[in-house]
Ligand binder design. Structure first.
Ligand code: HEC
Length: 375
């Protein structure tokens, strides 16, 4: 998240800078535009050389580690949480009874496949029209979201949509933007004229990256919202997040560079519609309650058998060492204290028990719901 925030900052900054460059009289040869900026107690005068300056400055600041660190740390987290503990986090036998290695294989292969398809799209004739490319990319991400939600657990699926988008973004930097920049630099050092297409391609990929930043952030934290990850239409929600996030980026960056709000107004109804659909889809379904009395003792016994393997002072579950999120579910007082959260996690949604490892029955969920409703 921290590396990602730094990355998004530079990504937004440079794309906004690109849009705010103006041609002024008296600019040196090779300069495409310049901008004046004020920040932190001083004024900055920034110029963009369309391909490269005549001579290369001695100290050149590269922007790449934000992207690399986001991907590397994100991938390590994916390994530690989702690969090493695949049974808890990645696999849901009710969705698809995969083995740990099958799940890991699908995960790695899908990330590579996503990048290969994306690059092929960019290089195909489709890539020449930004609008058509955006539509194809959206359809591709939607297809992956559909696939992931039908292969992995809810949280596993969402983290993979994020990982796929993040991989495309980081690979854009690692495989295209920085290598092109290096070719330009190398040509200059040899005293040759660099190919202007190299810069243009880098700019196209940077532009794509800005549109993907906000959805990827939402995917990173999606795990904390079971109403999204465990929704029956989770892949549609993923599509809505990508749509609303991309449009929000358009509005934000174009506002920053001084576009009139009237020219950007079209994004607002679209963002609101996407959010409204999201609200409708995530409406808690009518709770199925148990018809009859549920005593305190019965509610407590359900929680003790289905939840306390993990949510206890001394968890007995193989992978859980301390009660997750400090939620202890062993006594009636604790049950009452966490009632609202239990309802969200285990009655309205089936986010808990994790991957239903303790085999909770629907009737038990209904009974807990009835007991909580009477509190
Ligand atoms: C196999 C282990 C396991 C079992 C069994 C389990 N949980 Fe959890 N629970 C977890 C983990 C792991 C988290 C932390 C999830 C996260 O970080 O998003 C958690 C988090 C929670 C939270 C906090 C959610 C939040 O984001 O604030 C609640 C509430 C909860 N569980 C309720 C339950 C209930 C109720 C049951 C039984 C019906 C249950 N859990 C069974 C592992 C388990």
């Amino acid at each position: 998240m921290i590396a990602g925030i730094a990355w998004i900052g530079t990504s937004f900054y440079f794309v906004a800078l690109d849009f705010s460059l103006r041609k002024e009289p008296g600019m040196p040869p090779g300069v495409g535009g310049e901008a004046w900026e004020v920040h932190g107690g001083g004024f900055y005068h920034v110029r963009k050389y369309l391909t490269a300056p005549e001579t290369l400055p001695k100290d050149l600041i590269w922007f790449k580690w934000e992207a690399y660190l986001t991907w590397v740390t994100g991938f390590l987290l994916l390994v530690v949480l989702y690969y090493l503990q695949a049974d808890s986090y990645l696999i849901d036998p009710n969705v698809m009874p995969l083995t740990q290695w099958q799940a890991i294989g699908i995960s790695v292969a899908s990330l590579v496949l996503g990048w290969v398809l994306y690059t092929a799209l960019c290089k195909s004739p489709v890539g020449r029209s930004t609008g058509l490319l955006a539509a194809c990319l959206f359809a591709m991400l939607l297809a992956f979201a559909y696939g992931y939600t039908h292969l992995f657990s809810g949280r596993g699926a969402f983290i993979h949509i994020g990982a796929l988008i993040g991989t495309i973004m980081a690979a854009n930097v690692f495989m295209v933007i920085i290598p092109n920049q290096r070719k330009i630099t190398a040509a200059l050092l040899k005293g040759e004229k660099p190919d202007p297409r190299l810069g243009a391609i880098g700019k196209q990929r940077s532009l794509h990256n800005t549109y993907l930043t906000l959805p990827v952030l939402a995917m990173m934290v999606s795990n904390h919202f079971p109403m999204i990850t465990d929704n029956a239409h989770a892949w549609v929600l993923a599509g809505l997040i990508i749509l609303a996030g991309g449009l929000a980026r358009h509005f934000l960056v174009r506002t920053e560079v001084g576009d009139r709000h009237a020219d950007l107004a079209w994004t607002i109804p679209l963002i609101c519609t996407a959010l409204a659909f999201g609200l409708i889809i995530t409406q808690p379904s009518k709770l199925v309650l148990f018809q009859g009395e549920v005593s305190d003792a019965e509610a407590l016994s359900i929680v003790q058998t289905r939840c306390a393997a993990c949510h206890a002072e001394h968890p007995t579950d193989a992978t859980i060492k301390v009660a997750p999120k400090g939620v202890h579910l062993e006594t009636l007082d604790q049950l009452k204290r966490y009632a609202a959260q239990i309802e969200v996690q285990a009655v309205q949604n089936k986010a808990m028990p994790l991957a239903n490892r303790t085999g909770m029955l629907d009737e038990e969920r209904a009974k807990l719901g009835t007991w909580i409703a009477r509190q």
